[in-house]
Ligand binder design. Sequence first.
Ligand code: ZN
Length: 65
Amino acid sequence: MPERNLRIIHGPNPLFAESEQCHARFTSFSVIPAEAERQVRAAFKEHKCEEHKKPPSSVASRKEE
Ligand SMILES: [Zn+2]
């Protein structure tokens, strides 16, 4: 399983963070920096990254069916 990273884009008030894996955004408007970071990290923990979208027809990596 690939390591997931939460990237802080802007903060702390408001705090914006992004999943490096799938670029999902997380926001917290808490005025307490530590609390804001805790909130986005909690949301990130619950978050499931979308699988990398597979190309419609990949000839190179096609498996036998
Ligand atoms: Zn993600």
